[in-house]
Write a protein that binds this ligand. Structure first.
Ligand SMILES: [Zn+2]
Length: 92
């Protein structure tokens, strides 16, 4: 499990790579999903995410950050997400 502080830093590093600016980053208990993104740019992540291996965390972080640019799971969202994940796999 990584500390919340370190996790938030990871989110910010990815945000910079992707070129988005989350207004707030929260880590809190969530029962039904790993993360969510409000229309105002507020990201929430489940505490459970802190227990995940770094590649899994990155997948969840990238997915949520992309919602700041593409609110819905449309074709563009999926296309860009796949591009980032492919890069992620190559870098690790
Ligand atoms: Zn989503």
């Amino acid at each position: 499990m990584i500390p919340v502080k370190d996790f938030k830093r990871e989110v910010l590093i990815w945000a910079e790579k992707i070129g988005v600016k989350p207004k707030e980053i929260h880590v809190r208990p969530m029962t039904k999903k790993w993360a969510s993104c409000s229309s105002r740019g507020r990201l929430s992540f489940s505490y459970e995410v802190l227990n995940k291996p770094s590649t899994e965390r990155a997948r969840i972080i990238i997915h949520e950050l992309l919602h700041l640019r593409y609110p819905r799971h449309n074709k563009m969202f999926k296309c860009v997400l796949t591009a980032y994940l492919t890069r992620l796999v190559r870098e690790n």
